[in-house]
Design a protein around this ligand. Structure first.
Ligand SMILES: *Cc1c(COP(=O)(O)O)cnc(C)c1O
Length: 376
């Protein structure tokens, strides 16, 4: 008699396929026998500058207390965030990356009787967290690759417990104006939580990056999530946070693990908030890189989705999977997005100028070799 472990897993988990991360540099180096230092990874929307020196020093100093549990309340980091964002510490919930918070939100506010609404082509974690708790994920068809906010508001039913909105969205880079998001919040009943995922807000150019904070006092059902993984350059340490009413934060705090953010991460995140020069440089490198990549794609005759993030989805056509593989063989890692329902695109994270140039050169060679895509 065979023992079927699969059957023991709850239904949502049985049908789950895990999140597909970008290919790690060391893995590609092992597979192809390449020197890791020659590989360019533009696959996970990481900050190409390397970490802030202030963050590195703080992380290093925190190593001396490795034997102790971290501050489970993250007092210093919350105080610094509260000061910066002009909110109360009690409105902040820390997570092991903002991914952790997205999952905690779903576990706190939805169950197998719930519907969770998100957009087609939105961040892959939303359908995953819905499915893991047995909730019904409602994917609303996108409009011009972005969220169709009217259709999303119309998709809310009496069973809807959560709506996820990524602004800017990953992997498309599309963004909605503050007015559009506010109009959406006005249409959604208060019993439905709206999670506004602002993982890329620091890259917004027009001074609108903190517009959403003022909505917290007007919409008690709003949760904003942010992260230190992208513009702040601390992806490895896994620190993110949510901003909400203190009442929602209290509920999230009941379910999160007591020590979900470690001491090194707390120390580095607290320190990097004092490094405004690093954030400014991240933004500059990103906007220059977006320009370099989009001009490069145009020169290759390729379309792309204009992006407000630190990445750009380039339109390759039917053989995007082959082009991805061919780029790997040239030591350039980008991100296939077929799993997002975008089989004709590849997502390219913005790198340093020389990394972007490497990608563009390799892409031009690969397109010429395969005789497809591009100008022809
Ligand atoms: C990268 C990303 C996150 C989460 O990143 P963490 O590293 O878990 O903080 C959340 N939402 C979107 C849309 C992202 O692209």
């Amino acid at each position: 008699m065979s023992f079927d472990v699969q059957a023991l897993a709850v239904e949502g988990v049985r049908a789950l396929s895990p999140y597909q991360p970008g290919k790690p540099i060391d893995e590609l180096a092992r597979e192809l026998g390449l020197d890791p230092s020659g590989i360019v990874k533009l696959a996970s929307n990481e900050n190409p500058l390397g970490p802030s020196t202030l963050a590195l020093e703080a992380a290093h100093a925190a190593l001396a207390e490795l034997c102790r549990y971290p501050d489970g309340n993250g007092f210093a980091l919350k105080a610094k965030l509260a000061d910066r964002l002009k909110l109360e510490s009690a409105q902040i919930t820390l997570g092991n990356g903002s991914n952790d918070i997205l999952e905690v939100i779903a576990r706190c506010f939805a169950d197998h009787t719930s519907e969770i609404v998100f957009s087609q082509y939105a961040f892959a974690v939303y359908p995953l967290v819905a499915q893991a708790i047995g909730a019904r994920g409602i994917s609303v068809p996108a409009r011009d690759w972005g969220h169709d906010l009217d259709a999303m508001a119309a998709a809310v039913t009496e069973r809807t417990s959560i709506v996820f909105i990524a602004n800017p969205n990953n992997p498309t880079g599309t963004v909605h104006s503050g007015e559009a998001i506010e109009a959406f919040l006005d249409r959604v009943p208060e019993r439905v939580l709206v999670v506004l995922d602002e993982a890329y807000c620091e890259y917004l150019e027009d001074g609108s990056q903190d517009d959403s904070l003022a909505w917290l006092s007007r919409y008690p059902n709003l949760i904003i999530t942010r992260t230190f993984s992208k513009a702040w350059g601390l992806a490895a340490l896994r620190v993110g946070y949510s901003l909400s009413s203190p009442e929602i934060a209290d509920i999230l705090n009941r379910v999160r693990q007591p020590f979900n953010v470690d001491s090194i991460a707390l120390a580095a995140a607290t320190a990097v908030l004092g490094d405004q020069a690093y954030l400014d440089r991240s933004r500059q490198v990103n906007s220059a890189g977006l320009k370099q990549l989009s001009e490069g794609f145009e020169a290759l005759g390729l379309g792309y989705i204009p992006s407000a993030g630190n990445f750009i989805a380039v339109e390759i056509g039917g053989n995007a999977g082959d082009i991805y593989q061919a780029l790997l063989r040239k030591g350039v890692i980008v991100r296939p997005v077929a799993g997002y329902g975008m089989p004709g695109h590849l997502r390219v994270s913005v790198g340093l100028p020389e990394e972007n140039a490497r990608l563009l050169t390799a892409l031009g060679e690969v397109l010429a070799e395969t005789g497809t895509g591009g100008r022809g």
